[in-house]
Design a binder for this molecule. Structure first.
Ligand code: AMP
Length: 424
């Protein structure tokens, strides 16, 4: 038997309905704030991620699907969306005319240990607000992330916030943590020992138990913010207050990727047992110039769609578009029924043509396909130029079958389908 690759799932039925629902809600929030969609390739040259995310991060050092293509070029299945979007902004010269406001949705790939809410192929919705550096933009971006999650009817979440400051901040902070971690070097994991030399900030991402314990006593970034970074961060906090967005400061939130500066945030659920991050993002000052673009700052976030699909399982009911089944009683009525089906489709009425098996089987299929009304065409109907309608959902099942003149069918369906709630 074939099976899908470990950590990669097929999405269909209720799951794909949930996915489409989330995406349409998120896109309409993004559009409301003036963002347009961008679709970038799933595959990028590996350097796009090495240069931006940083080679000491977990994502780059452990989780990337990287391989040589037939031309011996190193390519990588994207592990996140921001690097590719910014690469595209620069390649397509969109940075010549700022601000640029883009949203995206698509597959991401990370070779991580699959578990609840963690896959090797998963989907993110994200957006990037580029070239408008001000605390207002940070507050708006965080508000958009919150609006997205609320738009699907999920409200039990909190926003954690931190500032990674500017270059001066990180230089001073790095000195402080190098001093601190050097004192505990013998107890650090091998990986953190190596990071101590190459990229000390990344020790704070360690998942090693002993490292986590040592990190909990480490100096905090907030104490090393430059004057300018502190003023900026305080302003972001007060604007979030104006927006009535609840947040809490998390001194150890460093986001696991090298490109962030200033504001960093994450969103976590607050009810139930699942508490893994739903999304996160932050500001980046250098990303455009890394790709050879303008010296412009941006801010963005990404939300993991599978995690939301999992959390909304309990409350998700999709309003299906109402649909009719065209059912010939026997082979003799098939061509008349097929002509009616074509008429319905030409008039944009959602319909199924059901012609396999006896009448009982056809009605079962119509029910399974979620049809609300079956249009039954038998010998009598053909002779009298009528159709018999059978209402299939609960409410209308109480009604008797109804006979409608063939010439009135489209008008009748239009009014009936528009006025009645659909089965869910
Ligand atoms: P990150 O940029 O790594 O914080 O990812 C943003 C969001 O994507 C996370 O908050 C998760 O919701 C989601 N995400 C990240 N990694 C995975 C994964 N392996 N499987 C499913 N969702 C993920």
């Amino acid at each position: 038997m074939f099976r899908s690759v470990r950590g990669m799932k097929d999405l269909y039925g209720r799951e794909s309905d949930k996915f489409d629902f989330i995406l349409s809600k998120f896109k309409s929030v993004g559009e409301r704030y003036g963002f347009g969609m961008i679709y970038t390739p799933i595959l990028e040259y590996t350097d796009v991620f090495l240069r931006s995310i940083g080679d000491e991060t977990d994502v780059v050092s452990k989780e990337m699907y990287t391989f040589l293509d037939k031309g011996e070029e190193s390519v990588t299945l994207r592990p996140e969306g921001t690097a590719g979007v910014i690469r595209a902004v620069v390649c397509e010269h969109m940075d010549q005319c700022l601000p640029v406001k883009l949203m995206y949705c698509g597959e991401m790939f990370r070779y991580d240990r699959p578990q609840k809410g963690r896959f090797r192929q998963f989907r993110q919705f994200g957006l990037e607000y580029i070239g408008d550096k001000s605390p207002h933009t940070d507050a708006i971006t965080i508000a958009i992330a919150a609006d997205c999650i609320r738009s699907i009817g999920f409200f039990d979440f909190k926003i954690s916030l931190n500032s990674l400051g500017d270059d001066e901040t990180r230089e001073n902070y790095t000195k402080a943590i190098v001093k601190y971690f050097s004192r505990h070097e013998d107890r650090l994991s091998d990986e953190s020992k190596s990071r101590l030399r190459k990229n000390p900030l990344r020790i704070l991402d360690s998942k090693d138990k002993q490292d986590i314990e040592i990190c909990s006593m480490a100096p905090i970034l907030m104490d090393y913010l430059s004057k300018e970074s502190r003023t900026y961060f305080n302003r972001v906090c007060s604007l979030l207050g104006d927006y009535e967005i609840n947040y809490e400061i998390d001194n150890f939130l460093v986001r696991g990727l090298d490109y962030y500066s200033h504001t960093a945030f994450e969103i976590h659920p607050t009810a139930g047992s699942y508490r893994e991050a739903l999304g996160g993002g932050g500001r980046y000052d250098k990303l455009l110039s890394i790709f050879g673009g303008q010296e412009a700052s941006g801010i963005g976030f990404a939300i993991g769609i599978e995690r939301l699909m999992f959390l909304m399982d309990e409350f998700f009911t999709q309003q299906k578009k109402r649909k009719v089944a065209v059912v010939p009683v026997s082979e003799a009525e098939t061509s008349t029924a097929f002509a009616i089906f074509r008429d319905l489709q030409n008039c944009q009425i959602a319909s199924e043509f059901i012609h396999l098996g006896n009448l009982g089987k056809k009605m079962k299929i119509a029910d399974r396909l979620g049809c609300d009304i079956a249009i039954i065409i038998g010998e009598n109907e053909i002779q009298s130029k009528t159709v018999t309608l059978k209402f299939m959902n609960n409410r209308e099942a109480e009604n008797k079958n109804k006979t409608v003149r063939g010439a009135d069918l489209i008008q009748f369906l239009r009014t009936t389908l528009d006025n009645q709630p659909a089965c869910t």
